[in-house]
Each structure stands twice: as structure tokens, then as C-alpha cells.
Design a protein around this ligand. Structure first.
Ligand code: SF4
Length: 221
């Protein structure tokens, strides 16, 4: 089975507690269905034909090797809308868990997912996926709502903790940075990973411009 992946980012500190891998899935049916979240800052992830089409087994192998090699403690799934690839995601999560178990990896890994759906709908439509996850950030991005908590982009969203591991790890996120930055010299790109505050990306763009760095393209306009 193939899965559409935009990027594998690691180690990431801003997308959940500890050192994590962020599996960024390609495609957003919410946006392509004509109802995108206003001021979405991931427009590059909307197109289901973008990204890389990869064999799920290969992604399982690669992600597991990264977790073990980089001594990570968490997996974060973002998009796009990850549930667009519900079946693939289920295989992926179960596969990673099995491989980590087989390799006797000594660090307990938690699994966090971000989705547009609120909990009731998510648990009904994707009950098998729901059970595989330790934590979920659920609800659409609503630009006008204030942002106060770590991991929550807008205040309508809810952080659901499904396991004792998540309840222990996510109870205090005060040390978690809000944004990671990565610069890729390969394709001259600048990557922002995490939760930006309202209009923060525009401010960053202005600051870069004042320093003579003009962005040819950005994913939030
Ligand atoms: S915020 Fe997420 S769900 Fe909303 S349009 Fe952007 S990628 Fe899609």
C-alpha cells in the first residue's frame, strides 16, 4: 500500500513533548473540498497529488530506524488532513509499534496526531485509529480564536489524552518550544515547524525582508 508523505522531520522539539519525529502527510480533503481553514499556513500540503508516494512498509522501516538511531521518544502525525489516509496510517502506526517492540527499543514512544475533526466525530469515524493514539489535537484551525496553550493552535481545539503515558508526558508542556526552524541549503528553503501565533508568519516574513531575504513563495498566503 502507498502513502503520500510530504516530509519526515526529526528531531523535532515543538510538536509534542521530548525529541520526536514529525511525519507530515500530504493532502487535505478539507481544503480540496472547497472549505479550507481561513489563513491555513500549510497550503503546500493541500494537494493530494503532491509529496512522495511511498510504500508503507518502507516508511515503517525508515521511521523505526530514525527513532532508534536518534533515540526519539515520540511520533507526531500532521498534515494536511492525516485521516484522508486512514487505512495507510493505521498500518503505519501498527507497523512502527511492532518493529520497535521487536527491536527491544528501551524508550517508551508516544503517538500524537493532529486532525480537523473534533473528538466525537473522529472517534466514530476512525475508532481503530483513535485507539492507536496516545494523544490527539482535534478541531479545525480557526484563525479568529485566541491561542493560549502549547500544541493548541486555536482555542477551539482540544487536546485529548488517551493513555497514562500521555497523561504523564503532556501534563506540563511549559518547556516545549513553540517553533523549530530548519534551513535547507539543498532547495534554498526555510522550514518552520510548530505552532505560530496569529500573524507571526507575516511578521517573520517582514523581518526577513528587512534583512534582504525575499521569499519567492510561502505556504501561508
Ligand atoms: S489547517 Fe489543516 S485541515 Fe485546515 S486547511 Fe490547512 S491543512 Fe487543511
Amino acid at each position: 500500500m502507498q502513502i503520500k508523505v510530504s516530509k519526515l522531520l526529526y528531531p523535532v522539539l515543538s510538536m509534542g513533548p521530548g525529541r520526536r519525529i514529525d511525519i507530515v502527510l500530504q493532502g487535505c480533503s478539507i481544503a480540496s473540498g472547497g472549505n479550507p481553514c481561513y489563513k491555513c499556513f500549510s497550503k503546500d500540503l493541500w494537494d493530494a497529488n503532491g509529496g512522495d508516494s511511498l510504500d508503507v512498509d518502507k516508511v515503517i522501516k525508515d521511521v523505526t530506524e530514525i527513532i532508534v538511531g536518534s533515540e526519539l521518544s515520540g511520533v507526531t502525525i500532521t498534515g494536511g488532513e492525516p485521516t484522508d489516509q486512514h487505512e495507510q496510517l493505521l498500518l503505519l502506526l501498527r507497523g512502527i509499534k511492532d518493529r520497535l517492540l521487536e527491536s527491544n527499543y528501551p524508550i517508551e514512544v508516544d503517538y500524537l496526531l493532529f486532525s480537523w475533526f473534533y473528538e466525537k466525530q473522529f472517534a466514530l469515524r476512525f475508532s481503530d485509529l483513535y485507539l492507536e493514539l496516545d494523544a490527539l489535537v482535534l478541531g479545525p484551525y480557526q484563525y479568529e480564536k485566541s491561542q493560549e496553550q502549547p500544541l493548541i493552535a486555536t482555542s477551539n481545539q482540544e487536546l485529548i489524552l488517551n493513555s497514562n503515558l500521555a497523561r504523564a508526558r503532556y501534563s506540563d508542556l511549559s518547556d516545549m518550544p513553540r517553533l523549530d526552524f530548519a534551513v535547507s541549503a539543498l532547495d534554498n528553503s526555510l522550514l518552520f515547524i510548530g505552532m505560530s501565533h496569529k500573524d507571526e508568519m507575516d511578521k517573520i516574513k517582514t523581518m526577513l525582508s528587512m534583512r534582504g531575504i525575499k521569499l519567492d513563495y510561502n505556504s501561508w498566503e
